[in-house]
Design a protein around this ligand. Structure first.
Ligand code: GLN
Length: 304
Protein backbone atom coordinates (compact mmCIF):
# COMPACT_ATOMS: atom_id res chain seq x y z
CA UNK A 1 0.00 0.00 0.00
CA UNK A 2 1.36 3.40 -0.96
CA UNK A 3 1.26 6.03 1.77
CA UNK A 4 0.00 8.88 -0.42
CA UNK A 5 -0.27 11.27 2.51
CA UNK A 6 3.40 10.83 3.33
CA UNK A 7 4.38 11.36 -0.34
CA UNK A 8 2.31 14.56 -0.59
CA UNK A 9 3.73 15.90 2.68
CA UNK A 10 7.28 15.33 1.42
CA UNK A 11 6.45 17.07 -1.87
CA UNK A 12 4.94 19.99 0.02
CA UNK A 13 8.03 20.33 2.24
CA UNK A 14 10.33 20.35 -0.78
CA UNK A 15 8.12 22.94 -2.50
CA UNK A 16 8.25 25.22 0.53
CA UNK A 17 12.05 25.22 0.37
CA UNK A 18 12.14 26.06 -3.35
CA UNK A 19 12.86 29.69 -4.24
CA UNK A 20 12.93 29.39 -8.02
CA UNK A 21 9.20 29.38 -8.67
CA UNK A 22 9.03 30.71 -12.22
CA UNK A 23 7.03 33.73 -13.33
CA UNK A 24 3.35 34.56 -12.81
CA UNK A 25 1.29 35.10 -16.00
CA UNK A 26 0.76 38.85 -16.19
CA UNK A 27 -0.71 39.14 -19.69
CA UNK A 28 -4.04 38.69 -17.88
CA UNK A 29 -3.56 41.57 -15.38
CA UNK A 30 -5.86 40.07 -12.74
CA UNK A 31 -3.75 36.88 -12.52
CA UNK A 32 -0.64 38.91 -11.64
CA UNK A 33 -2.18 39.73 -8.24
CA UNK A 34 -1.88 36.15 -6.95
CA UNK A 35 0.68 35.27 -4.24
CA UNK A 36 3.54 33.38 -5.88
CA UNK A 37 4.30 31.43 -2.69
CA UNK A 38 1.08 29.46 -2.79
CA UNK A 39 1.39 25.72 -3.25
CA UNK A 40 -1.28 23.06 -3.04
CA UNK A 41 -1.61 19.40 -3.98
CA UNK A 42 -4.60 17.04 -3.72
CA UNK A 43 -4.96 13.41 -4.77
CA UNK A 44 -8.08 11.24 -5.05
CA UNK A 45 -7.84 7.51 -5.57
CA UNK A 46 -10.35 5.11 -7.15
CA UNK A 47 -12.03 4.51 -3.77
CA UNK A 48 -12.52 8.27 -3.50
CA UNK A 49 -10.09 8.56 -0.60
CA UNK A 50 -8.67 12.08 -0.49
CA UNK A 51 -5.11 13.16 0.39
CA UNK A 52 -3.85 16.74 0.43
CA UNK A 53 -1.10 19.13 1.46
CA UNK A 54 -0.55 22.90 1.40
CA UNK A 55 -3.10 25.33 -0.07
CA UNK A 56 -5.18 22.56 -1.58
CA UNK A 57 -8.53 24.14 -0.68
CA UNK A 58 -7.77 27.60 -2.02
CA UNK A 59 -9.48 28.48 -5.29
CA UNK A 60 -7.54 29.80 -8.26
CA UNK A 61 -8.19 30.56 -11.91
CA UNK A 62 -8.25 27.23 -13.74
CA UNK A 63 -7.78 28.85 -17.20
CA UNK A 64 -6.95 26.21 -19.83
CA UNK A 65 -7.86 23.28 -17.58
CA UNK A 66 -11.44 24.30 -18.45
CA UNK A 67 -10.76 23.16 -22.03
CA UNK A 68 -11.09 19.54 -20.85
CA UNK A 69 -14.61 20.27 -19.55
CA UNK A 70 -15.77 22.07 -22.72
CA UNK A 71 -14.37 19.23 -24.83
CA UNK A 72 -16.25 16.72 -22.67
CA UNK A 73 -19.51 18.62 -23.09
CA UNK A 74 -19.01 19.09 -26.85
CA UNK A 75 -18.32 15.38 -27.36
CA UNK A 76 -21.53 14.61 -25.50
CA UNK A 77 -23.44 16.98 -27.79
CA UNK A 78 -22.06 16.21 -31.26
CA UNK A 79 -19.80 13.17 -30.78
CA UNK A 80 -17.23 12.33 -33.43
CA UNK A 81 -18.44 15.10 -35.75
CA UNK A 82 -16.30 17.42 -33.67
CA UNK A 83 -13.18 16.07 -35.37
CA UNK A 84 -14.18 17.58 -38.72
CA UNK A 85 -13.57 21.02 -37.18
CA UNK A 86 -10.58 20.38 -34.95
CA UNK A 87 -7.69 17.92 -35.33
CA UNK A 88 -6.04 15.66 -32.72
CA UNK A 89 -2.34 16.27 -33.36
CA UNK A 90 0.15 17.90 -30.99
CA UNK A 91 1.06 21.34 -32.31
CA UNK A 92 4.61 21.65 -30.99
CA UNK A 93 3.72 25.35 -30.66
CA UNK A 94 2.84 27.56 -27.69
CA UNK A 95 -0.85 27.60 -26.71
CA UNK A 96 -1.57 30.94 -28.37
CA UNK A 97 0.32 30.58 -31.66
CA UNK A 98 -1.55 31.20 -34.88
CA UNK A 99 0.89 30.42 -37.68
CA UNK A 100 -0.20 26.77 -38.06
CA UNK A 101 -3.84 27.81 -38.08
CA UNK A 102 -3.32 29.93 -41.18
CA UNK A 103 -1.18 27.26 -42.81
CA UNK A 104 -3.75 24.54 -42.10
CA UNK A 105 -6.70 26.60 -43.32
CA UNK A 106 -8.52 27.21 -40.09
CA UNK A 107 -8.52 23.67 -38.66
CA UNK A 108 -6.78 23.93 -35.27
CA UNK A 109 -4.28 21.19 -34.48
CA UNK A 110 -6.07 20.10 -31.31
CA UNK A 111 -8.79 21.19 -28.84
CA UNK A 112 -6.31 22.34 -26.16
CA UNK A 113 -4.47 25.11 -28.01
CA UNK A 114 -6.47 28.34 -27.90
CA UNK A 115 -7.86 28.22 -31.49
CA UNK A 116 -9.05 24.64 -30.90
CA UNK A 117 -10.73 25.57 -27.63
CA UNK A 118 -12.39 28.54 -29.35
CA UNK A 119 -13.89 26.16 -31.94
CA UNK A 120 -15.13 23.88 -29.12
CA UNK A 121 -16.68 26.94 -27.42
CA UNK A 122 -18.40 27.77 -30.73
CA UNK A 123 -19.88 24.24 -30.86
CA UNK A 124 -21.31 24.67 -27.36
CA UNK A 125 -22.82 28.05 -28.20
CA UNK A 126 -24.50 26.60 -31.31
CA UNK A 127 -26.06 23.76 -29.33
CA UNK A 128 -27.04 25.35 -26.00
CA UNK A 129 -29.82 27.84 -25.19
CA UNK A 130 -27.93 29.55 -22.36
CA UNK A 131 -24.33 28.47 -22.95
CA UNK A 132 -22.65 30.07 -19.93
CA UNK A 133 -25.34 28.87 -17.48
CA UNK A 134 -25.54 25.39 -18.95
CA UNK A 135 -21.77 24.93 -19.05
CA UNK A 136 -21.48 26.05 -15.42
CA UNK A 137 -24.25 23.62 -14.44
CA UNK A 138 -22.40 20.86 -16.29
CA UNK A 139 -19.14 21.51 -14.41
CA UNK A 140 -20.99 21.70 -11.07
CA UNK A 141 -22.62 18.39 -11.89
CA UNK A 142 -19.42 16.48 -12.77
CA UNK A 143 -17.70 18.11 -9.78
CA UNK A 144 -20.60 17.27 -7.46
CA UNK A 145 -20.14 20.80 -6.14
CA UNK A 146 -22.66 23.63 -6.56
CA UNK A 147 -20.28 26.32 -5.27
CA UNK A 148 -18.06 26.39 -8.38
CA UNK A 149 -18.38 29.69 -10.25
CA UNK A 150 -16.95 32.05 -12.87
CA UNK A 151 -14.80 34.98 -11.76
CA UNK A 152 -16.20 37.84 -13.81
CA UNK A 153 -13.29 40.13 -12.84
CA UNK A 154 -10.80 37.69 -14.37
CA UNK A 155 -12.99 37.25 -17.47
CA UNK A 156 -13.19 41.04 -17.94
CA UNK A 157 -9.44 41.39 -17.35
CA UNK A 158 -8.66 38.81 -20.03
CA UNK A 159 -11.08 40.44 -22.45
CA UNK A 160 -9.25 43.77 -22.10
CA UNK A 161 -5.93 42.26 -23.15
CA UNK A 162 -7.25 39.39 -25.28
CA UNK A 163 -5.98 40.67 -28.63
CA UNK A 164 -4.36 37.37 -29.51
CA UNK A 165 -7.55 35.41 -28.93
CA UNK A 166 -9.49 37.98 -30.97
CA UNK A 167 -6.97 37.39 -33.77
CA UNK A 168 -7.46 33.61 -33.46
CA UNK A 169 -11.25 33.88 -33.51
CA UNK A 170 -11.19 36.23 -36.52
CA UNK A 171 -8.87 33.91 -38.38
CA UNK A 172 -11.21 30.97 -37.64
CA UNK A 173 -14.14 33.06 -38.85
CA UNK A 174 -12.35 33.95 -42.09
CA UNK A 175 -11.80 30.21 -42.71
CA UNK A 176 -15.50 29.58 -41.96
CA UNK A 177 -14.74 27.49 -38.90
CA UNK A 178 -16.72 29.70 -36.50
CA UNK A 179 -20.53 29.68 -36.68
CA UNK A 180 -21.22 32.40 -34.12
CA UNK A 181 -20.04 36.00 -33.64
CA UNK A 182 -16.45 36.45 -32.57
CA UNK A 183 -17.64 38.55 -29.61
CA UNK A 184 -20.15 35.93 -28.39
CA UNK A 185 -17.67 33.07 -28.66
CA UNK A 186 -14.88 34.94 -26.87
CA UNK A 187 -17.20 36.09 -24.10
CA UNK A 188 -17.96 32.41 -23.45
CA UNK A 189 -14.28 31.41 -23.79
CA UNK A 190 -13.08 34.08 -21.33
CA UNK A 191 -15.73 32.96 -18.86
CA UNK A 192 -14.88 29.25 -19.09
CA UNK A 193 -11.21 30.16 -18.45
CA UNK A 194 -12.19 32.30 -15.44
CA UNK A 195 -13.70 29.39 -13.49
CA UNK A 196 -12.13 29.25 -10.05
CA UNK A 197 -11.56 25.91 -8.37
CA UNK A 198 -9.24 24.45 -5.74
CA UNK A 199 -6.91 21.48 -6.16
CA UNK A 200 -9.40 19.43 -4.11
CA UNK A 201 -12.28 20.37 -6.41
CA UNK A 202 -10.24 19.75 -9.56
CA UNK A 203 -8.99 16.34 -8.49
CA UNK A 204 -12.53 15.28 -7.60
CA UNK A 205 -13.95 16.59 -10.87
CA UNK A 206 -11.35 14.70 -12.89
CA UNK A 207 -12.50 11.49 -11.18
CA UNK A 208 -14.69 11.11 -14.28
CA UNK A 209 -11.62 10.53 -16.47
CA UNK A 210 -10.16 7.77 -14.27
CA UNK A 211 -13.55 6.13 -13.78
CA UNK A 212 -14.57 5.34 -17.37
CA UNK A 213 -16.73 8.44 -17.81
CA UNK A 214 -18.74 8.07 -14.56
CA UNK A 215 -18.58 11.08 -12.26
CA UNK A 216 -18.80 11.19 -8.46
CA UNK A 217 -22.58 11.43 -8.70
CA UNK A 218 -22.40 8.11 -10.57
CA UNK A 219 -23.81 9.65 -13.75
CA UNK A 220 -22.19 8.53 -17.00
CA UNK A 221 -21.08 11.49 -19.13
CA UNK A 222 -18.74 9.81 -21.60
CA UNK A 223 -18.36 6.41 -23.22
CA UNK A 224 -15.15 4.58 -22.39
CA UNK A 225 -14.04 5.28 -25.99
CA UNK A 226 -14.51 9.02 -25.45
CA UNK A 227 -12.58 8.89 -22.17
CA UNK A 228 -9.78 7.14 -24.03
CA UNK A 229 -9.71 9.94 -26.60
CA UNK A 230 -9.73 12.75 -24.03
CA UNK A 231 -6.98 11.15 -21.96
CA UNK A 232 -4.91 10.56 -25.10
CA UNK A 233 -5.31 14.22 -26.05
CA UNK A 234 -4.25 15.28 -22.55
CA UNK A 235 -1.10 13.18 -22.89
CA UNK A 236 -0.18 14.40 -26.37
CA UNK A 237 -1.46 18.00 -26.27
CA UNK A 238 -2.21 18.96 -22.65
CA UNK A 239 1.01 20.93 -22.17
CA UNK A 240 1.35 22.48 -25.65
CA UNK A 241 5.00 22.51 -26.70
CA UNK A 242 5.96 20.87 -23.44
CA UNK A 243 3.72 17.79 -23.81
CA UNK A 244 6.74 15.63 -24.62
CA UNK A 245 8.62 16.88 -21.58
CA UNK A 246 5.62 16.27 -19.29
CA UNK A 247 5.22 12.69 -20.57
CA UNK A 248 8.98 12.21 -20.21
CA UNK A 249 9.20 13.57 -16.65
CA UNK A 250 5.80 12.67 -15.19
CA UNK A 251 4.39 9.96 -17.46
CA UNK A 252 0.68 10.76 -17.02
CA UNK A 253 -2.03 12.44 -19.11
CA UNK A 254 -2.73 15.90 -17.75
CA UNK A 255 -3.75 19.48 -18.40
CA UNK A 256 -2.26 22.75 -17.28
CA UNK A 257 -3.53 26.33 -17.06
CA UNK A 258 -1.75 29.70 -16.88
CA UNK A 259 -3.30 30.21 -13.42
CA UNK A 260 -0.64 27.72 -12.27
CA UNK A 261 -2.86 24.66 -11.95
CA UNK A 262 -2.10 21.19 -13.30
CA UNK A 263 -4.31 18.10 -13.17
CA UNK A 264 -2.84 14.70 -14.01
CA UNK A 265 -4.35 11.24 -13.85
CA UNK A 266 -3.74 7.53 -13.97
CA UNK A 267 -6.81 5.73 -15.37
CA UNK A 268 -8.40 3.41 -12.79
CA UNK A 269 -5.90 4.50 -10.13
CA UNK A 270 -5.87 8.19 -9.13
CA UNK A 271 -6.10 11.80 -10.19
CA UNK A 272 -4.04 14.59 -8.70
CA UNK A 273 -4.15 18.39 -8.91
CA UNK A 274 -1.36 20.82 -8.07
CA UNK A 275 -1.28 24.60 -7.86
CA UNK A 276 1.72 26.91 -7.84
CA UNK A 277 1.19 30.20 -9.72
CA UNK A 278 4.76 30.64 -11.04
CA UNK A 279 5.14 29.35 -14.61
CA UNK A 280 8.10 28.10 -16.62
CA UNK A 281 8.94 29.55 -20.05
CA UNK A 282 6.37 27.25 -21.73
CA UNK A 283 3.53 28.58 -19.58
CA UNK A 284 3.19 25.51 -17.32
CA UNK A 285 3.49 25.63 -13.52
CA UNK A 286 7.14 25.23 -12.61
CA UNK A 287 6.70 23.70 -9.15
CA UNK A 288 3.64 21.76 -10.26
CA UNK A 289 5.69 19.88 -12.83
CA UNK A 290 8.46 19.17 -10.32
CA UNK A 291 5.90 17.98 -7.76
CA UNK A 292 4.27 15.57 -10.19
CA UNK A 293 7.61 14.24 -11.35
CA UNK A 294 8.44 13.48 -7.72
CA UNK A 295 5.03 11.87 -7.18
CA UNK A 296 5.29 9.40 -10.07
CA UNK A 297 8.97 8.67 -9.39
CA UNK A 298 8.42 7.92 -5.69
CA UNK A 299 5.22 5.91 -6.12
CA UNK A 300 6.29 4.29 -9.42
CA UNK A 301 2.77 5.04 -10.65
CA UNK A 302 3.16 6.36 -14.16
CA UNK A 303 1.28 4.88 -17.12
CA UNK A 304 4.54 3.73 -18.67
N1 GLN B 1 -7.33 32.13 -21.03
C1 GLN B 1 -5.97 31.85 -21.38
C2 GLN B 1 -5.66 32.34 -22.78
O1 GLN B 1 -6.46 32.20 -23.64
C3 GLN B 1 -5.72 30.38 -21.25
C4 GLN B 1 -4.30 29.99 -21.59
C5 GLN B 1 -3.75 28.87 -20.75
O2 GLN B 1 -4.19 28.62 -19.64
N2 GLN B 1 -2.72 28.26 -21.25
O3 GLN B 1 -4.62 32.88 -23.03
Amino acid sequence: MIDFQHVLDTIHQTAQKTDDRGKIADYIPELAKVDKNKFGIHLVNMNQENFSAGDSNERFSIQSISKVFTLTMALGLIGEKLWTRVDVEPSGDPFNHLSLLEFEKGIPRNPFINPGAIVVADVLISHLKNPKDEFLAFVRNIADDETIDYDSTVAASEKQTGFHNYAAANLLKSFKNLENDVETVLDFYFHQCSLTMSCAQLANTFYLYINNGRCRRKNTHLTSGQVKRINALMLTCGFYDEAGEFAFEVGLPGKSGVGGGIVALHPNKFCVATWSPGLNEKGNSKLGMLALEKLTTETELSIF
